[in-house]
Design a protein around this ligand. Structure first.
Ligand code: HEC
Length: 147
């Protein structure tokens, strides 16, 4: 048992990836791998799209993510990373989000997911936000897979 570390790191992701953040042990080892005082780039290096898929359950009441998926309370999120903000012509966005403008890069998505209505006062996205930076990074990694 000289080199089991990678397998142990992966095991909880494989077992729990579909239903949550990947388990506490996995989280701890990923946070450790991110290094001290990790910034967004460091979080994204250890982010797990599988864990993000589980977290997307928090969004799924209002958002579909499959290609061409219908709008619910919020717009379809297929291909959202890299896209212009408020760009789905099928959806009626608030003027507040339209005026925010710009593109959905990592930093913007991270800030939005942390506190939507603090970033964009007047947005209709009724979602308090996600305080945990690793959970946000996991979600960003997952959103990137939907393109
Ligand atoms: C209660 C419903 C609701 C929930 C839950 C919700 N959203 Fe939203 N979301 C919306 C609405 C409504 C908008 C449109 C906001 C506006 O026009 O101001 C939106 C907009 C967005 C946008 C901008 C889309 C674009 O085309 O620019 C992103 C990105 C987004 N949501 C991501 C998420 C993610 C990721 C989650 C889960 C962590 C989530 N949302 C949870 C309702 C929701």
């Amino acid at each position: 048992m000289t080199r089991p570390s990678v397998l142990w790191w992966l095991a909880p992701v494989l077992v729990l990836g579909g239903c949550g953040s990947g388990g506490d042990d996995d989280r701890a080892s990923r946070l450790k791998a991110a290094g001290p005082n990790p910034d967004l780039a460091a979080m994204l290096r250890v982010a797990s799209a599988d864990a993000g898929r589980g977290q997307f359950g928090r969004c799924a009441a209002c958002h579909t993510i499959g290609k061409g998926g219908q709008a619910l309370a919020g717009p379809n999120l297929h291909g959202i990373m890299g896209r212009a903000v408020a760009a789905d012509a099928r959806f009626g966005y608030t003027q507040a989000l339209i005026d925010w403008g710009g593109r959905w890069d990592d930093a913007r998505m991270d800030a939005w997911l942390a506190a939507p209505s603090r970033q964009v006062p007047g947005t209709r996205m009724a979602f308090g936000g996600i305080a945990d930076p690793l959970t946000r990074a996991d979600l960003i990694a997952y959103l990137k897979t939907a393109r």
